[in-house]
Design a protein around this ligand. Sequence first.
Ligand SMILES: Cc1ncc(COP(=O)(O)O)c(C=O)c1O
Length: 400
Amino acid sequence: MMNQILKTNSFENILVNKAQGSWFWDIDNKKYLDLTSGMWCCNLGHNHPDVIHAIKKQLDKIIHKNTRFLTPTTLEAAESILNFFSNDYDKITLLNSGSEAMEFAIGFARKATKQLDILSLKDSYLGAYGLSKESSYTSQKASKLKIPYPICNSIKCNCLEEYDSLINHIIESYAPKLACFVLEPVMVSGGIIKPCSNFIKKLCKMLQEAGVLIIVDEITTGFGRAGKKFGYECHDIKPDIIVLGKSLGNGYPVSAIITYADVESKIPLNKMYYAQSHQLDPLGAAAALSVIKIFKNDRIIEKNQNQIKNFNNFFETLSHPCIQDIRSYGMTFGIQFQPYSNHSTKDLILNLKNNLLKEGIMVGISLGKDLIRLLPPLNISENEIEFFKQKTSQLLNSLD
Ligand SMILES: Cc1ncc(COP(=O)(O)O)c(C=O)c1O
């Protein structure tokens, strides 16, 4: 089975056949509770009926068109996404993947500032290829522009005493050649780490004063994942460019960059041209439009605070010598393991992941970060959370 597929991933020996809400089913009709929301994309759960309805309705009209045309759905989606932000962003384009939108955003910032360098935090994940990969922790390429940062959750912290000199160094030495600072507000792939907000706020302010554009990568932290509408809200900053992906289409591949007309006006029209066959396609626009409507009408983020509490209460009581740390931010949870008895960290993580899968629960793992990682749908039910709690406690208690 699967021999014809390039080994770009370590595929599970399961063929997924259908999905609904927090669950997916394999070809033998065994069901699995999906605590990863697909690839962190279905914050509203799989196959949300309103998103499916919107896509089907659009399918009957038009899927695709020449890039020289726009559609009414595209314009309605653009307006609706921009209105979803509290700041007065007034420009948007729709693309397909998160990586594509990051590449576009960085290129856009380079054109607007006429500078080339890109600053990022050393544990960010910003994309699968190109400049965004080079600025991510997954790139082999070392760079002084992937900077260290303080980690803390307190408003009254002393982080700046230690990190003020780094900020000054960045402003004096790097800022003149920087096009942008690309910030992942909470580093999810990098280990569920929130950088100190006082540090981020001061760094962003001084960079913006020096003419550097702030790009926030909301591909994962957006749409409630970090406990607020968007992750950047927890740092109290005003980004110049915002990148959306993943849950913008709730599983359908659509991404976006959002900015101000003022930033766009810095780029001559002949340098703005970007041609990609599926840019601004109506199907992605229809999906995004329905996602925004659901978030607004169903008050998803306000209601999700209950699920966040429920998970956190469980994790506060969960203790076992193989657990080193449990980190959470909004609806993102990471259980960090350490060697126990004669089990290595890697074996513990793989065993737990495999045994949970046998029990019908899908969790994410990061062997590089020693983590089991959960990004459940925001509307997961109490019973579904209970199922996860029971099975996890049982499996941990049965470890010898
Ligand atoms: C923060 C962040 N940025 C960018 C990306 C890349 O998005 P995509 O996989 O849709 O290309 C990801 C994907 O996991 C991500 O988590």
